[in-house]
Structure formats: structure tokens, C-alpha cells
Write a protein of this length. Structure first.
Ligand code: NDP
Length: 332
């Protein structure tokens, strides 16, 4: 069983990750927060043995195997580097870091130390997306033509903090949601984007950051991808459509933290619903994390996957800022 320290007394940890860790027979023995009071309160509320404002206290505990980082985005890099230096495995929230060079440093540090660095891109661990990936790989829709990702929703009231008004903490919808779209599309298609163009908008929900973005990517195979993200679409829904020469996949509702949505395959033979595993997405992330720690093959998002999703998000922002198509190049 994996013994965890949480870095960040966050909503995602209390809503999803603590229960997912426990569902995987893991335990949570520390929570580290910027404030000691808050750490202690969060520990009490969530049944965690110890809360502290000093991450070294948790890192010096030899019984801690892994650290889950879900602090605000500007803290991910230093916390991950400290955890890696202490020989702990790391599951880090997206975006991995604020800059590509920081993200690359994290990947290099984990490689040198021989510990696992995984990114919590949960959508690739959803039964729905696994089913879509399998259909594409089996050739169910023939040669790919285009992908459309719908991820324009309404940011829940309780999350309307740093995401909307703190660029320094990594606020803005692009670092929050375009990174997920990127990882999902890369997972579904098994290839990387090579360039992006984009427009972003501030429709009134944020201050100092964009709350909406539309971007178009060209993939290595030439396939075009459209990604629409927003915090400010009160009547929006999510979904993915993949169009090919011999069919199309329509998957409404599948961009979610929960095992929701439907997957439909349409070909010349008609339209049929594809059933998929409705297990908890974050449980599934932790199963993949366990495999990675044991050195087994896994389908979780690696540090390099996190670098790539950050690279696309930063390129989307730059494309919107400059009006210029941004080329992307990845070193493996
Ligand atoms: P929260 O705003 O809930 O938490 C982020 C930090 O804000 C916490 O670490 C905490 O700081 C501080 N904080 C939170 N609530 C309070 C409060 N009531 N009073 C004072 N401080 C507070 O963020 P999220 O959980 O939404 O996101 C955390 C990270 O997880 C981000 O990197 C985000 O991108 C990622 N995320 C990923 C998701 C996924 O599905 N993969 C989904 C949602 C978020 P401190 O620790 O110092 O106390």
C-alpha cells in the first residue's frame, strides 16, 4: 500500500483524491498547507494523521512513499523538486509548472532520481476515452479527418478564486482546461500537435486572465483539432467528436471528473452505442500510478505528457496574443 503526503489543502484532494487513494488501499498520513492552522483543520476534517506548514517535515518521514501535489500552479515545481530530491514518487496536478523549462527540470529530476512523476490528467483514465481510443486504433472510423473538443462550461461558484484573478498562481482557462484537452486528444489519437492557432477572450468572469479560448491544432498526421474551453458558458456542455473517412464517434458529456457521458459510433451501417467501464476516473489514475511505481507498463500521463500539454497551452496563449501560428517541437 502506498503511503501519501498531500501538498496542498485543496478542493480536488478532498473531493476526489483522498477517497481514491483510500479506495486503492493507500493511506494519507500528511497534509501540507501554506498555513499551519489550515493544515490542521484540513487534516482533522479529512481524517489525515498530521497537518503541517513545513513540507520538509513530511518529506523527512521515511514511511511516506509518494506525494500528491494539488497546490496552486506556481507551487508545483518547487514542491515536486523537493519531493523528488527526498526520493518520493510524485503525482502532480496539471499544469505541471508555469514554464516549459521548469516542467522539463521536473521530468529530468525524476528520471535522475529514479522515481515516478505522473500528472493527474484523469481523462485518459476514463472508460469512455479508453473506448474511443480503441475504436480509432481498430480503424472503426477509417482515416481521421478532424476532432472537435467541447469543454466550455460554467466554473462552479466554489472554485471562483485564483483561477479567475491570479495570473501569478496560474489562473486562466487555458492553463486549467486546454491542458486537459491536449492530453486527451494526444491519448485518443496517439500523436502530437505540430502547430496551433488561437483566439482567447475575457467575457467578464475573470480579471487579468482569459476565461475562454478557441484553438485549432494541426497534428503530426495532418488531422485538424478544434478545442473550445471556457469558464463562462452557463448553458454549455462537454463532449468530443472524431470524424473519419468511414465513420464518426460522437461522445457527449465525456469531458468530466466523473464517469459520465455516452459514446456513439456512426458508420454506413447505422448508429450504435458503445458501452464502457464506468469506474471512478481518479481511482483509475491511482491504479496506473501504482503500476508506474512498480516499473510496469501503464497508461497514466507521464511527466513528458505533462510537458506536452503545458507546451500546447502556452502556445495557445502565445498564438492568441500575437495572432501568429505557433509551431511546436518536442524532444523525447
Ligand atoms: P483550491 O483552490 O481548492 O486549492 C488550491 C490551494 O488554495 C490549496 O492548496 C490551499 O492552499 C488554497 N485554498 C483552498 N481553499 C482554501 C480556503 N478555503 N481557504 C484558504 N486557502 C484555500 O484548488 P483546486 O483543488 O481546484 O486545484 C488545485 C490544483 O489541482 C490545481 O493545480 C488545479 O489545476 C488542479 N486540479 C486538477 C483537476 C483534475 O481533474 N486533474 C481538477 C481540479 C483541480 P494551502 O494548501 O496553502 O492551504
Amino acid at each position: 500500500a502506498v503511503n501519501w503526503a498531500l501538498f496542498g489543502a485543496s478542493t480536488i484532494a478532498s473531493q476526489y483524491m483522498i477517497s481514491a487513494i483510500r479506495a486503492n488501499a493507500g493511506q494519507v498520513s500528511w497534509v501540507v498547507s501554506g498555513s499551519r492552522d489550515r493544515a490542521e483543520r484540513y487534516a482533522r476534517d479529512n481524517g489525515i494523521a498530521r497537518g503541517t506548514s513545513e513540507m520538509e517535515e513530511a518529506l523527512n518521514d521515511p514511511s511516506v512513499d509518494a506525494v500528491y501535489i494539488s497546490s496552486t500552479n506556481e507551487k508545483h515545481k518547487d514542491q515536486a523538486l523537493a519531493a523528488i530530491a527526498a526520493g518520493k514518487h510524485v503525482l502532480c496536478e496539471k499544469p505541471l509548472a508555469m514554464t516549459l523549462s521548469d516542467a522539463a527540470r521536473m521530468v529530468a529530476a525524476a528520471r535522475e532520481k529514479g522515481v515516478t512523476l505522473m500528472v493527474n490528467h484523469h481523462l485518459r483514465c476514463a472508460g469512455s476515452h479508453r473506448a474511443i481510443r480503441k475504436l480509432i486504433a481498430e480503424g472503426a472510423i477509417g482515416a481521421l479527418r478532424s476532432v472537435r473538443v467541447f469543454h466550455a462550461v460554467h466554473l462552479p461558484e466554489h472554485l471562483r478564486g485564483w483561477r479567475l484573478d491570479n495570473p501569478g498562481a496560474g489562473g486562466g482557462v487555458v492553463l486549467d482546461m486546454t491542458v486537459h484537452d491536449t492530453d486527451t486528444v494526444r491519448f485518443l489519437l496517439g500523436e502530437d500537435p505540430v502547430s496551433v492557432t488561437a483566439e482567447t477572450d475575457a467575457t467578464g468572469m475573470g480579471a487579468g486572465v482569459e476565461d475562454s479560448a478557441m484553438s485549432v491544432w494541426r497534428m503530426q498526421s495532418g488531422t485538424m483539432v478544434f478545442s473550445h474551453v471556457s469558464f463562462n458558458h452557463p448553458f454549455g456542455t462537454t463532449g468530443v467528436e472524431i470524424h473519419g473517412s468511414d465513420g464518426a464517434i460522437f461522445a457527449p458529456g465525456v469531458i468530466s471528473q466523473d464517469p459520465k457521458g455516452e459514446v456513439w459510433l456512426t458508420t454506413s451501417e447505422g448508429r450504435r452505442e458503445i458501452t464502457f467501464d464506468r469506474g471512478n476516473l481518479y481511482d483509475s489514475v491511482l491504479v496506473e500510478f501504482g503500476k508506474a511505481v512498480r516499473g510496469e507498463a501503464h497508461s497514466g500521463a507521464t511527466g513528458l505528457d505533462g510537458v506536452k500539454s503545458l507546451a500546447v497551452a502556452l502556445a495557445v496563449r502565445e498564438a492568441a496574443r500575437t495572432g501568429q501560428r505557433q509551431p511546436l517541437q518536442f524532444e523525447e
